[in-house]
Design a protein around this ligand. Structure first.
Ligand SMILES: [Zn+2]
Length: 153
């Protein structure tokens, strides 16, 4: 990726400042940049890298939200930690439970904020929406005629 050079450094610098995301600009203004992506393998590779980075961030923050929710659910329904806290560490049961729930809620809040930041500052929703639309179109093309006839009603 680092060995290839951008064919137009001015356009390349503009695209780099946008993290190679042109989904936010008007379609009329997008043409030049799309043309550059078509001819410049360097920028194409960078764009792909940045979009996969965005998707990775979104997946990681969603997983964090999920795991904190799971931890809270575990704390609510099963309390095996009470035994450990009470007998081994000599901690007060109520304090320990309270501390763990607080930590879980704080973690949940932080991961929800992180996910919201990722979704608002990166083009992940548009990017994934585009992929989903493309997949849906491909699936629809391969549907049997009988189902297509049902859908068009
Ligand atoms: Zn380029």
């Amino acid at each position: 990726m680092a060995r290839t050079k951008c064919s137009d450094r001015v356009v390349g610098a503009i695209l780099a400042s946008w993290r190679y995301d042109i989904s936010g600009i008007y379609p009329e203004m997008r043409k030049d940049y799309e043309h550059h992506f078509a001819e410049c393998s360097h920028c194409r590779a960078r764009q792909k890298f940045h979009r996969s980075l965005d998707v990775t961030l979104a997946v990681l923050t969603s997983l964090a939200v999920f795991f904190f929710l799971f931890a809270l659910a575990v704390l609510k329904h099963i309390k095996p930690l009470e035994h450990v806290a009470f007998n081994i560490f000599g901690l007060d049961v109520y304090d320990t439970y309270h501390m763990l729930v607080s930590a879980g809620i704080a973690g949940l809040c932080f991961s929800v904020i992180a996910l919201a930041l990722v979704l608002t500052t990166t083009p992940v929703p548009t990017y994934l929406g585009g992929i989903a639309a493309e997949r849906a179109r491909l699936l629809e093309e391969h549907l049997p005629e009988a189902i297509k006839a049902l859908r068009s009603r």
